[in-house]
Design a protein around this ligand. Structure first.
Ligand code: NOJ
Ligand code: CA
Length: 675
């Protein structure tokens, strides 16, 4: 590791006052960022790449509910630079080792005033993008920041294509993506992804969202965006005492789709592992008492249709044991589902099971079969009730040997019930400061008991899995549940869009593997997918926990498909995006963390297509056996025959190209086993 630190504060004294802040460039010299204060004293940054503007002059600053804005009248007080060239290891992930090579510039701005307030901006420039954050130092004239808005701009230098979902709407992050011109976006969640005329790909997001509100992006005019923090009922969107810093604002940039997907920018901007040895978490696949509720064949609530019975749990444990799936998720096991839980969660009890679910016996039976129950905490969006029971809830699971928990926050956006600090309730957003705090509270409580967390209806992923590697997955997008009951179901371009949007942020519990390809009958046509595409999801959509969602009887009906799902790993040493275009198709290859085998997955949109895959990523001189699960001749993900699938085996080497056809809404999966 090379670490250089040049403190230039001395220059301030020599120059007798304000400094002009500098520029800093990426290690490869292609990205150049300027950070300075303009003639009006407005702090700003701008980004050039290959000598061409990428982000034009963009202002920085804050408004407060109880203080003057920090917006103009600043000068540069001091600046420091540093650089780093290192790599670190992930306990689990898309790749084992992550390279962190960047140059850093920190500029301290101070007001030109008798009682100057101070604000620093720390900027890191990597070959694949930049990150910057604000730092509020301890100071005499500013104690508590009550932030009404962050004024960070992203003034994108040219128009292009954008893929995004709306922010500030009722359904949190669970939308189909919209593709528009950059100049036609309204208010978007991050990651938001852009492609420009010369093929440059860029995405805007954030890293290490800790004790702060999530950042939405509001287009002001043309292609200029400004941060809009998720609201809070307190008025101020963020309340923090100095010293503190904000999350990193991140800008990924790459020449094409592979570079954008393969970037580790946000992980690099997060703090290292704070938990130490986390080998107690095992990446795995799981089945569940789950899809049957979404099909309305059984219920979360008690009564005749109750899904989480002892008998049904035993049936699932037997299936998991027979097929080698580590986990069995059981939803609807605990008291509270009978009432109006959606959006209020007042009745949930996280330690008491329904009388027809013998939790002790089920846990004991699972243990005897070498299977783990996956716990479930649906909160109905009531964190007041959940936090009140959190310790006992986690203690119960720890005692029963349950080491992974799915949680849920089913409430409309803005409808999370949180304690108001005075014994009452307040209604907060899924991505406000209160929820950023809540999720980490749960993750830390779980980590203390060696339990992994997988929240649904979560706050977005900003790479905190690096610091808290028991935060293993989450939902945070439109998952496979929509194929059960939504109109429309997830469309063929949804997953090929998510690869370069939602999936840039981190692992997703999409809950793949619906082999029947049928949702609830009355809710419109069946799932637009071939059978082979369902298999592709296990490679294309990364998560260290992967659900095999369909009913056991449906899984058993398709033994060749089940065979792939049994074989595919959930933990990788390398990941490559081999081919694709946003919203059209994606082909990925990943290397098993525990063997020399590679796995590939491909998905296409509503167009059938053939991909030619160059296998040069394989080790040269090594021979491999490729087993390919592909769409059959008659397969059509939008037509009558969605199940036709061919399974072929052939010898391959790194010198070859593999041509694979995909049907409309189709896909493929490949295992490449080293011989
Ligand atoms: C929504 C989640 O996404 C889904 O997986 C779960 O089954 C329900 N909430 C009930 O908790
Ligand atoms: Ca959901």
């Amino acid at each position: 590791m090379r670490l250089t630190l040049i403190v230039t504060a001395l220059l301030t004294l020599l120059s007798g006052g304000a400094l002009h802040a500098g520029t800093v460039q990426s290690p490869d010299g292609r990205i150049v960022v300027t950070l300075d204060a303009d003639g009006e004293g407005i702090p700003f940054y701008k980004v050039d790449r290959d000598g061409k503007p990428l982000i034009a002059k963009s202002n920085l600053g804050f408004n407060f509910t109880d203080d003057d804005p920090m917006r103009r009248n600043f000068e540069v007080v001091s600046q420091t630079t540093a650089s780093r060239d290192t790599r670190w290891e992930q306990p689990w992930g898309e790749r084992q080792f992550v390279a962190d090579k960047h140059n850093e510039l920190t500029v301290l701005f101070g007001e030109k005033d008798d009682a100057p307030r101070l604000l620093a901006v720390r900027l890191r420039v990597f070959d694949d993008g930049i990150g910057f954050r604000y730092e509020f130092p301890q100071q005499d004239h500013f104690v508590t920041a009550r932030i009404s808005e962050e004024l960070t701009e992203f003034n994108i230098a040219e128009d292009g294509n954008a893929w995004w979902i709306q922010a500030g709407d009722w359904n949190r992050y669970e939308y189909l993506y919209t593709q528009t011109a950059v100049s036609a976006v309204s208010t978007a969640h991050t990651p938001i992804t852009f492609r420009f005329a010369d093929g440059t790909h860029m995405s805007l997001h954030e890293a290490a969202l800790v004790d702060y509100s999530g950042m939405w992006l509001r287009r002001m005019q043309g292609t200029n965006f400004r941060a809009q923090l998720a609201p809070s009922p307190r008025g101020a969107k963020v309340v923090r005492d100095a010293p503190f810093h904000t999350p990193w604002r991140s800008i990924r940039v790459a020449d094409g789709p592979a570079g954008l997907y393969e970037s580790d920018l946000e992980l690099n901007l997060n703090e290292p592992n704070a938990l130490g040895d986390v080998s107690w978490f095992t990446p795995h696949k799981y089945i569940g008492i789950w899809w049957e509720m979404h099909l309305d064949q059984s219920s979360w609530a008690s009564g005749e249709k109750h899904g989480a019975t002892t008998e049904n749990a035993i049936k699932h444990i037997d299936f998991a044991a027979e097929h080698g799936f580590r986990g069995v998720l059981i939803e609807g096991w605990n008291l509270g589902w009978d009432g109006n839980w959606f959006g209020n969660g007042r009745e949930f009890n996280f330690t008491k099971a329904y009388p027809d679910f013998d939790i002790e016996r089920v846990a004991q039976y699972a243990k005897s079969k070498g299977v783990r129950i996956i716990g479930h905490h649906e909160t109905g969006g009531n964190i007041d009730v959940y936090e009140g029971q959190l310790r006992d809830a986690m203690a119960l699971y720890e005692r029963l040997g349950i080491d992974a928990v799915k949680s849920g926050y089913v409430a409309d956006a803005g409808g999370i019930i949180a304690p108001d600090g005075n014994g009452g309730e307040m209604f907060v957003w899924h991505d406000g400061q209160e929820m950023a705090r809540h999720h980490l509270k749960v993750v830390k409580e779980a980590a203390a008991r060696k339990i992994a967390m997988n929240p649904h209806e979560p706050i977005k992923d900003t790479g905190l899995r690096r610091t808290y590697p028991n935060w293993v997955s989450r939902e945070g997008a439109r998952g496979a549940e929509y194929d059960a009951w939504a109109v429309p179901k997830n469309q063929p371009d949804h997953v090929p869009t998510m690869v370069w949007t939602r999936m840039l942020s981190g692992p997703m519990d999409y809950t793949s593997g619906v082999f029947s390809l049928e949702g609830r009958g009355a809710e419109g046509p069946d799932i637009p997918s071939t059978l082979a595409r369902q298999l592709a999801f296990y490679v294309v959509i990364y998560s260290p926990i992967q659900m095999v969602a369909d009913l056991p009887e449906n899984l058993a009906k398709y033994p060749r498909a089940l065979d792939f799902v049994k074989r595919v790993p959930a933990d990788w040493s390398e990941t490559k995006l081999l081919d694709g275009a946003i919203g059209e198709y994606a082909v990925l290859a990943r290397k098993d963390r525990n063997s020399n085998n590679w796995y590939m997955g491909g998905v296409t949109d509503e167009n059938a297509r053939t991909v030619s895959i160059d296998l040069r990523f394989l080790e040269s001189g090594q021979s491999y056996t490729a087993t390919i699960w592909r769409d059959g001749e008659s397969a059509d993900g939008l037509g009558a025959d969605r199940h036709a699938m061919k399974v072929e085996t052939l010898s391959v080497s790194s010198a070859q190209t593999l041509d694979i056809d995909m049907a409309r809404a189709g896909g493929f999966a490949v295992e490449i086993a080293a011989r």
